[in-house]
Design a protein around this ligand. Structure first.
Ligand code: ATP
Ligand code: MG
Length: 153
């Protein structure tokens, strides 16, 4: 089915608003174009929710999360950036593995099972998409997801 991706992203962010407010983190959404894509909306909804939820919960009081949507003739791109604690370089290779959590002692104060990013990645890969991460400790993290506009088997 064809999904209006702008509307789709707005719905995800709206659902996470209570969590953001509780954490005192500002979430902004930016998109310059309307994007329609053939996606499994329920599966990708979970994938993007996980990214934004992480961006909120591994953030600081008064921090921000910026979600952007863009597209070209083949793909749409969602970028989730945050002003949070960042991820150590040596952990970046492992964060998509099931049950992996950075800094067990610290992460334990923040609830989670370590499954979110594994679920996100499998949904992205199922769409023949790609996900990458850039991070700087103490400054923040950016996840970039690329999804084909049309699913070609
Ligand atoms: P779950 O998502 O299952 O509730 P989780 O958030 O711990 O638990 P993942 O979403 O898979 O699990 O993330 C794995 C680990 O990567 C997290 O425990 C955290 O250490 C780190 N991480 C993920 N996203 C961020 C982020 N935006 N900023 C800093 N660290 C992050
Ligand atoms: Mg998570």
């Amino acid at each position: 089915a064809v999904t209006d991706v702008n509307e789709f992203m707005e719905t995800i962010l709206k659902r996470l608003r209570p969590i953001a407010e509780k954490a005192n983190v500002e979430v902004v959404f930016e998109s310059n174009r309307s994007v329609s894509a053939e996606i499994d909306a329920s599966r990708l909804s979970l994938a993007f929710s996980n990214l934004v939820e992480n961006a909120i919960k591994y953030n600081n009081e008064n921090g921000w999360v910026r979600v952007t949507l863009d597209a070209d003739h083949k793909f749409f791109y969602v970028k989730v950036s945050d002003s949070g604690m960042g991820i150590p370089q040596e952990s970046l290779d492992y964060i998509f593995e099931r049950f992996y959590r950075v800094d067990k002692s610290h992460s334990r104060e923040i609830g989670g099972t370590g499954l979110g990013l594994a679920i996100t990645k499998s949904a992205v890969v199922a769409h023949r998409g790609a996900i990458k991460v850039q991070s700087k400790l103490g400054e923040g993290t950016t996840f970039t997801v690329r999804i084909p506009l049309r699913y070609i088997v």
